[in-house]
Design a protein around this ligand. Structure first.
Ligand SMILES: N[C@@H](CCC(=O)N[C@@H](CS)C(=O)NCC(=O)O)C(=O)O
Length: 205
Protein backbone atom coordinates (compact mmCIF):
# COMPACT_ATOMS: atom_id res chain seq x y z
CA UNK A 1 0.00 0.00 0.00
CA UNK A 2 1.09 3.59 -0.59
CA UNK A 3 0.30 6.36 1.87
CA UNK A 4 0.62 9.90 0.54
CA UNK A 5 1.30 12.05 3.58
CA UNK A 6 3.62 14.69 5.08
CA UNK A 7 5.73 14.67 8.26
CA UNK A 8 4.10 17.73 9.90
CA UNK A 9 0.52 17.07 8.72
CA UNK A 10 -1.75 16.16 11.66
CA UNK A 11 -4.29 14.25 9.55
CA UNK A 12 -1.35 12.29 8.12
CA UNK A 13 -0.05 11.63 11.63
CA UNK A 14 -3.44 10.22 12.68
CA UNK A 15 -3.17 7.61 9.90
CA UNK A 16 0.59 7.07 10.27
CA UNK A 17 0.00 6.23 13.96
CA UNK A 18 -2.81 3.86 13.00
CA UNK A 19 -0.75 1.99 10.39
CA UNK A 20 1.94 1.39 13.00
CA UNK A 21 -0.43 0.58 15.85
CA UNK A 22 -2.52 -1.82 13.76
CA UNK A 23 0.49 -3.71 12.36
CA UNK A 24 0.71 -2.33 8.82
CA UNK A 25 4.26 -1.04 9.19
CA UNK A 26 6.36 -2.49 6.39
CA UNK A 27 3.21 -2.97 4.28
CA UNK A 28 2.60 0.75 3.89
CA UNK A 29 5.08 2.76 1.83
CA UNK A 30 4.90 6.38 3.07
CA UNK A 31 5.43 8.95 0.32
CA UNK A 32 5.83 12.54 1.50
CA UNK A 33 4.13 15.05 -0.78
CA UNK A 34 3.73 18.83 -0.81
CA UNK A 35 0.01 19.49 -1.39
CA UNK A 36 0.80 23.00 -2.69
CA UNK A 37 2.85 21.52 -5.55
CA UNK A 38 1.26 18.11 -6.15
CA UNK A 39 2.72 15.78 -8.75
CA UNK A 40 0.67 13.94 -11.37
CA UNK A 41 0.69 10.56 -9.58
CA UNK A 42 -0.67 12.06 -6.36
CA UNK A 43 -3.32 14.12 -8.20
CA UNK A 44 -4.39 11.01 -10.10
CA UNK A 45 -4.97 9.36 -6.72
CA UNK A 46 -6.69 12.34 -5.09
CA UNK A 47 -7.93 15.19 -7.29
CA UNK A 48 -8.54 17.22 -4.10
CA UNK A 49 -4.76 17.22 -3.43
CA UNK A 50 -5.28 16.39 0.23
CA UNK A 51 -3.38 14.14 2.55
CA UNK A 52 -3.59 11.49 3.84
CA UNK A 53 -4.47 9.43 0.76
CA UNK A 54 -4.03 5.66 0.80
CA UNK A 55 -3.62 3.42 -2.24
CA UNK A 56 -4.73 -0.09 -1.30
CA UNK A 57 -3.17 -3.31 -2.59
CA UNK A 58 -6.11 -3.47 -5.02
CA UNK A 59 -5.14 -0.03 -6.33
CA UNK A 60 -8.10 1.85 -4.86
CA UNK A 61 -7.42 5.41 -3.67
CA UNK A 62 -8.94 6.01 -0.25
CA UNK A 63 -9.47 9.35 1.47
CA UNK A 64 -10.20 11.11 3.77
CA UNK A 65 -8.54 10.11 7.06
CA UNK A 66 -11.79 8.75 8.56
CA UNK A 67 -12.29 6.44 5.57
CA UNK A 68 -8.66 5.27 5.73
CA UNK A 69 -8.91 4.73 9.49
CA UNK A 70 -12.09 2.64 9.10
CA UNK A 71 -10.43 0.65 6.28
CA UNK A 72 -7.30 -0.11 8.31
CA UNK A 73 -9.37 -1.05 11.34
CA UNK A 74 -11.56 -3.39 9.27
CA UNK A 75 -8.47 -4.96 7.66
CA UNK A 76 -6.98 -5.54 11.11
CA UNK A 77 -10.11 -7.31 12.39
CA UNK A 78 -11.86 -4.32 14.00
CA UNK A 79 -9.35 -3.80 16.82
CA UNK A 80 -10.54 -0.25 17.55
CA UNK A 81 -14.21 -0.04 16.58
CA UNK A 82 -17.10 -1.09 18.76
CA UNK A 83 -20.50 -2.39 17.69
CA UNK A 84 -24.02 -1.06 18.03
CA UNK A 85 -24.66 2.44 19.38
CA UNK A 86 -21.08 2.64 20.66
CA UNK A 87 -19.90 2.51 17.03
CA UNK A 88 -21.75 5.73 16.17
CA UNK A 89 -20.74 7.43 19.41
CA UNK A 90 -17.14 6.57 18.48
CA UNK A 91 -17.65 8.01 14.98
CA UNK A 92 -18.96 11.26 16.48
CA UNK A 93 -15.93 11.46 18.79
CA UNK A 94 -13.61 11.00 15.79
CA UNK A 95 -15.56 13.71 13.89
CA UNK A 96 -15.19 16.04 16.89
CA UNK A 97 -11.42 15.53 17.10
CA UNK A 98 -11.09 15.79 13.30
CA UNK A 99 -13.08 19.04 13.47
CA UNK A 100 -10.70 20.46 16.08
CA UNK A 101 -7.78 19.43 13.85
CA UNK A 102 -9.41 21.08 10.83
CA UNK A 103 -9.92 24.34 12.75
CA UNK A 104 -6.23 24.38 13.70
CA UNK A 105 -5.20 23.65 10.10
CA UNK A 106 -7.45 26.49 8.85
CA UNK A 107 -5.76 28.97 11.21
CA UNK A 108 -2.35 27.85 9.94
CA UNK A 109 -3.53 28.11 6.31
CA UNK A 110 -4.85 31.62 6.95
CA UNK A 111 -1.29 32.56 7.96
CA UNK A 112 0.31 30.60 5.15
CA UNK A 113 -1.89 31.62 2.22
CA UNK A 114 -2.95 35.21 3.10
CA UNK A 115 -0.73 38.26 3.39
CA UNK A 116 -0.89 39.74 6.88
CA UNK A 117 -2.97 42.77 5.80
CA UNK A 118 -5.62 40.48 4.29
CA UNK A 119 -6.05 38.21 7.29
CA UNK A 120 -9.40 38.31 9.07
CA UNK A 121 -9.10 38.20 12.90
CA UNK A 122 -12.81 37.28 13.21
CA UNK A 123 -12.20 34.18 11.09
CA UNK A 124 -9.30 33.13 13.31
CA UNK A 125 -11.39 33.78 16.45
CA UNK A 126 -14.22 31.70 14.95
CA UNK A 127 -11.83 28.76 14.50
CA UNK A 128 -10.24 29.26 17.93
CA UNK A 129 -13.67 29.04 19.55
CA UNK A 130 -14.27 25.70 17.81
CA UNK A 131 -10.94 24.44 19.13
CA UNK A 132 -11.71 25.55 22.69
CA UNK A 133 -15.23 24.11 22.71
CA UNK A 134 -14.06 20.94 20.97
CA UNK A 135 -11.27 20.32 23.47
CA UNK A 136 -13.65 20.98 26.37
CA UNK A 137 -15.96 18.27 24.98
CA UNK A 138 -13.02 15.91 24.38
CA UNK A 139 -11.94 16.43 28.03
CA UNK A 140 -15.30 15.00 29.06
CA UNK A 141 -15.17 12.10 26.58
CA UNK A 142 -11.74 10.73 27.51
CA UNK A 143 -12.67 10.40 31.21
CA UNK A 144 -15.98 8.62 30.58
CA UNK A 145 -16.11 5.36 32.55
CA UNK A 146 -15.12 2.49 30.28
CA UNK A 147 -13.48 4.73 27.66
CA UNK A 148 -11.32 2.39 25.61
CA UNK A 149 -8.71 3.05 22.96
CA UNK A 150 -10.46 3.95 19.70
CA UNK A 151 -9.90 5.77 16.40
CA UNK A 152 -11.05 9.13 17.82
CA UNK A 153 -8.15 8.93 20.30
CA UNK A 154 -5.70 8.89 17.38
CA UNK A 155 -7.40 11.99 15.93
CA UNK A 156 -7.31 13.76 19.29
CA UNK A 157 -3.64 12.88 19.87
CA UNK A 158 -2.77 14.14 16.38
CA UNK A 159 -4.67 17.39 17.02
CA UNK A 160 -2.96 17.98 20.38
CA UNK A 161 0.42 17.12 18.90
CA UNK A 162 -0.20 19.68 16.15
CA UNK A 163 -1.11 22.32 18.75
CA UNK A 164 2.20 21.52 20.46
CA UNK A 165 4.02 21.91 17.14
CA UNK A 166 2.39 25.16 16.00
CA UNK A 167 1.33 26.86 19.26
CA UNK A 168 3.97 25.65 21.72
CA UNK A 169 1.61 23.70 23.95
CA UNK A 170 -0.43 26.70 25.14
CA UNK A 171 -3.50 24.39 25.37
CA UNK A 172 -1.93 22.41 28.23
CA UNK A 173 -2.65 25.00 30.93
CA UNK A 174 -6.32 25.23 29.90
CA UNK A 175 -6.89 21.49 29.46
CA UNK A 176 -4.82 19.63 32.08
CA UNK A 177 -7.09 16.57 31.76
CA UNK A 178 -6.10 16.30 28.11
CA UNK A 179 -2.43 16.85 28.94
CA UNK A 180 -2.61 13.88 31.32
CA UNK A 181 -4.60 11.87 28.80
CA UNK A 182 -2.00 12.54 26.03
CA UNK A 183 0.78 11.40 28.34
CA UNK A 184 -1.06 8.11 28.91
CA UNK A 185 -1.90 7.77 25.20
CA UNK A 186 1.77 8.19 24.27
CA UNK A 187 2.70 5.46 26.76
CA UNK A 188 0.08 3.11 25.32
CA UNK A 189 0.73 3.94 21.65
CA UNK A 190 4.48 4.13 20.85
CA UNK A 191 3.52 5.25 17.33
CA UNK A 192 2.79 8.68 18.80
CA UNK A 193 6.48 9.26 19.54
CA UNK A 194 7.56 7.43 16.37
CA UNK A 195 5.62 9.89 14.21
CA UNK A 196 6.63 13.04 16.07
CA UNK A 197 7.76 15.76 13.70
CA UNK A 198 11.35 16.68 14.51
CA UNK A 199 10.51 20.29 15.44
CA UNK A 200 7.85 19.23 17.93
CA UNK A 201 8.50 19.28 21.71
CA UNK A 202 8.14 16.01 23.59
CA UNK A 203 5.10 15.08 25.64
CA UNK A 204 4.82 16.32 29.20
CA UNK A 205 1.97 16.10 31.62
N1 LIG B 1 -10.94 15.82 6.14
C1 LIG B 1 -9.60 15.51 5.67
C2 LIG B 1 -8.69 16.67 5.94
C3 LIG B 1 -7.28 16.45 5.42
C4 LIG B 1 -6.49 17.75 5.32
O1 LIG B 1 -7.02 18.86 5.43
N2 LIG B 1 -5.18 17.58 5.13
C5 LIG B 1 -4.34 18.74 4.91
C6 LIG B 1 -2.96 18.51 5.50
S1 LIG B 1 -3.02 18.30 7.26
C7 LIG B 1 -4.22 18.95 3.42
O2 LIG B 1 -4.14 18.02 2.67
N3 LIG B 1 -4.20 20.20 2.99
C8 LIG B 1 -4.02 20.58 1.63
C9 LIG B 1 -5.15 21.38 1.10
O3 LIG B 1 -6.16 21.58 1.82
O4 LIG B 1 -5.06 21.79 -0.05
C10 LIG B 1 -9.11 14.22 6.34
O5 LIG B 1 -9.68 13.83 7.37
O6 LIG B 1 -8.20 13.57 5.81
Amino acid sequence: MILYCAPASPFSRKVRMLTRHLGFEGIVDERFVDTATPDAAFLAANPLSKIPTLITLQGDALFDSAVIAAYLDAQSGHALSQRGDAYFVGQAYEALADGVMEAIVLIIYERRWRQEAKREPRWTAHQEAKITRGLARASQIVVRPGHRLQIGDFSLAAALGYLDLRFEGAWRATFPVLAGWLYDFAAQVPAFEATRHRDSPSVAR
